[in-house]
Design a protein around this ligand. Structure first.
Ligand code: FPP
Length: 232
């Protein structure tokens, strides 16, 4: 079984750099290369949605030079990859709170979304300034406002309505969540959406995540028995 939606926590860029005596930002550049390859490989196996955790709301707390390098990488990545993504039919969508980004980053994101909007092969979702708790908080606030305005009755609020109020309303929940670098936690990523996801943790650092690693993750996923709380 090929998952319809894979989500990835791309972790370990900093450690990859340190092991080589390089700056952390060089680890992120290597991480970008791994992302480019992974997008290609994931699209090739027929997955329809790939969500990557590229910048969390907590990442603003990193040294300013590293935050700047990541912002630069987002803009550069958009600039360099747009044409190729259009050519191969990959639509790019960014989720998260964009208000804190500079005008330059905001413009880059709007540009790549516009350029690739007709892509039908796969949707690449970039989680940027994203966290599950802030996503859920925003959704609750919006629903409360609709209740206050008399548009919605409290008893009408169901799981579907909450899912529809999240950034991810346009896609199915992730079937498989991959986290690299040996950490086994969700770190504020897709908490609502991960209710029935399968998890795959690998000690491999993100810059080293290659096609063979993806194939291994897909193999493990195929062998899992997804019961959704039911019996077979
Ligand atoms: C985690 O490694 C990675 C990040 C915080 C950034 C991920 C970014 C990329 C892979 C490239 C940029 C992608 C886009 C879409 C612009 P870490 O720094 O936490 O590593 P560590 O745990 O070893 O310190």
């Amino acid at each position: 079984m090929i998952p319809q939606h894979i989500a990835i926590i791309m972790d370990g860029n900093g450690r990859w750099a340190r092991m080589r005596g390089k700056e952390r930002s060089e680890g992120h550049i290597a991480g970008m290369d791994a992302l480019r390859e992974t997008v290609r490989n994931v699209a090739q196996v027929g997955v329809k949605y790939l969500t990557v955790y590229a910048f969390s709301t907590e990442n603003w707390g990193r040294p300013q030079a590293e935050v700047d390098a990541l912002m630069e990488l987002i803009c550069k990545g958009v600039e360099m990859e747009s044409a190729e993504l259009m050519k191969v039919g990959i639509k790019v969508v960014a989720i998260g709170d964009r208000s804190r980004f500079s005008d330059k980053v905001k413009a880059s994101l709007e540009k790549i979304e516009q350029l690739t909007h007709a892509g039908e092969n796969m949707t690449l979702v970039l989680a940027l300034n994203y966290s599950s708790r802030s996503e859920i908080t925003t959704a609750v606030r919006n629903l409360a406002q609709r209740v206050a305005q008399g548009e919605v009755r409290p008893e009408d609020i169901d799981e579907q309505m909450i899912s529809s109020a999240l950034y991810t309303s346009f896609m199915p929940d992730p079937d498989l969540i991959i986290r690299t670098s040996g950490e086994c936690r969700l770190s504020n990523f897709l908490m609502w959406q991960a209710s029935y996801s399968e998890f795959y943790f690998t000690p491999t650092l993100w810059p080293d995540f290659d096609k063979a690693e993806l194939e291994r993750a897909l193999e493990v996923y195929s062998a899992r028995d997804r019961r959704y709380g039911l019996v077979k």
